[in-house]
Design a protein around this ligand. Structure first.
Ligand code: BTN
Length: 276
């Protein structure tokens, strides 16, 4: 996605305005025509000692990974498939327990700046547009000899061919160009994403997580809604009331009891009473 739509190192470099993430481009950014998974590659780079701010991008993933072992459909030049390697000091890891929500804020801000589209955030890692999934976040972490490799994997659908979307996803997924109706410059979205992620990451390490969570609340499509939540083998229904400092979801159950979900997945109740 150069000016003609392909992601390229030179276009990204000309648009990038960060201090540390993906800078300097020549040593910190890898762009693959095809790879199994950018997250898998970023984790490998992490164990090899790559620097914080390293960015792995692919035009196509053959084994893109989603949460809960799901596959992430990643056809060629149809989306942004990007993984950021960050190296927070191990003693500060507790400040990043809501990093998945923070990454959601960064994506929403970047997409809005680059395209004008306002993306909704659904707990915990979903990017939503017109009630359909636009993208998602997969954060993974490893530690070796006391050194952390935190990988933030981000997938954003940009330009899909409706005819190629699997039947079962037709009503559930969308892409940026379905909304803009004109070509989107993925290089610009990516450059804005680097800048926004740097802002969010710095804020969280600087004890300003609450202001990032306020941004999440403003962009949330979850809070105030009736939701059905799955956490492990348990299922709950209730009203999504708030998120906590550590990124958990607070539910008020029908019984009046409050439930804090640290992990899991939710579906949101629609006007017709169905959950999606
Ligand atoms: C989800 O919603 O389940 C998370 C999807 C995350 C997909 C991205 S695409 C770039 C990175 N590489 C992967 O294999 N997964 C993430």
């Amino acid at each position: 996605m150069e000016r003609d739509g392909r992601i390229s190192l030179s276009s990204l470099e000309s648009l990038l305005n960060t201090k540390s993430i993906a800078q300097p481009v020549k040593s910190k950014v890898e762009i693959w025509d095809q790879i199994d998974s950018t997250n898998t590659r970023a984790i490998a780079l992490g164990t090899e000692g790559a620097e914080s701010g390293t960015l792995v991008i692919a035009r196509e993933q053959t084994a893109g990974r989603g949460r809960r072992g799901r596959q992430w459909t990643s056809p060629p030049d149809s989306g942004i498939y990007a993984s950021f390697l960050l190296r927070p000091p191990i003693a500060q890891m507790d400040k990043l327990s809501a990093i998945t929500l923070g990454a959601g804020v960064a994506v929403a801000e970047a997409v809005e700046k680059a395209t004008g589209i306002r993306v909704g955030l659904k707990w915990v890692n979903d990017l939503v547009l017109d009630g359909k999934k636009l993208g998602g976040i997969l954060a993974e972490m490893s530690t070796k000899d006391g050194i952390v490799a935190l990988v933030i994997g981000i997938g954003i659908n940009v330009a899909m061919d409706a005819a190629e979307v699997p039947e079962e996803l037709q009503n559930r997924m969308t892409w940026l160009e379905a909304a803009t109706k004109h070509p989107v410059d993925a290089n610009l979205v990516l450059a804005e994403l680097c800048l926004s992620l740097e802002r969010v990451y710095d804020a969280m390490l600087d004890n300003r997580t609450e202001s990032i969570l306020d941004e999440w609340r403003t962009r949330s499509v979850t809070l105030g809604k009736q939701v059905r939540a799955t956490s492990g083998t348990n299922e709950f229904e209730g009203t999504a009331r708030d998120i906590t400092q550590s990124g958990s979801l607070l539910l008020r159950l029908a019984s009046g009891e409050d439930k804090e979900l640290h992990a899991g997945e939710i579906t949101i109740r629609s006007a017709d009473g169905s959950y999606c």
